[in-house]
Design a protein around this ligand. Sequence first.
Ligand SMILES: [Zn+2]
Length: 376
Amino acid sequence: MLDEIISLSKQLIKIPSISPLDLGCQKIISKRLKNIGFFIENIKINQTNNLWACKGSGKTLTFVGHTDVVPPGNLKEWENDPFKPIIKDNFLFGRGVSDMKGSLSAMIIATEYFIKKYPFHSGRISFLITSDEESLACDGTKEIIKILRNRRENIEYCLVGEPTSENFLGDTIKNGRRGSLSAQLEIYGIQGHIAYPHLADNPINNSINFIKDLIFLKLDRGNQFFQPSSLQIFYIKSGKRNISNIIPNSIKIGFNIRYNTEVTEKEIKKKIGQLLLKNQSKYKINWIVSGNPFITYSGTLLEVVKSSIYKVQKLHANLSTSGGTSDGRFFSCMNSEIIELGLINKTIHKINECSQINDLYKLCKIYINILKKLFI
Ligand SMILES: [Zn+2]
């Protein structure tokens, strides 16, 4: 089994599928799943390739993953070619091995094994794989979920293969993620000569109090599963660096809020609207929502994942909601139980990305146990 996982991982890593390109990875996966009786749909949206594959009927477990990878960075810093996978000291090296071609391979080999061993299992196994997780995430999972919802498909259990482990395989799983909301704000003043400030209205001076209010805005205190929501300014621009005699006519401020389940997008917008009102300036604000927060407090999948990890690794997984967003967020509208479990994340997106060979094998065993506990 380990040989098969390594060989499939290598096959996928060899393809330089830098986001949002797939370049044939999903063809390899589709072929394997078709061979074991899966119904396959390849859905291309703009440059993004998506794969929806399913087999069986009843309650559905969806393995969620992506075939795209982030760029390798400076090639000279890699010890080996990032797209020529190599095994050294029991580690498999290559771009995307941990995030997440290794776990994709483990999912597929686990499913092949399970279906061969238990051809009359209950439930439905499915895969939702995209090639735009690492870039804009606009033509991938989000769009496929829309299609599935229109068809009134149900997904009870969603298992995302993102690299969640920290020091040992399975030590950490994600049972939720924070939401992400960004704002592009422009506050207007009146342009004028810097020596005649009474004839102008300085948007920089006038927005300082607002910026202070923004920084100290307390959105919530967090809860058992989430740290308090946080707001960070990522961009401020106004005026021209070398022009010292003009008061500019506006200031642009960009900020992002990572928020938990204690506040809603609407409440955040309202609170910031009140601060702007207090500032008494003219402004324009554009909001961009990258994803709402989600949490799986309890449920069948959470228990099954925890006990499957324990069976293979003899450790109790920590629950975490830290880190950025993932494609798991798109399943919350389907009321799915969403859990993320994958390889160790220490080298993801870095030079010399790697994964322990043994972890690939053990992850496959955990996935097999999850299938057994759900469908046997
Ligand atoms: Zn990933």
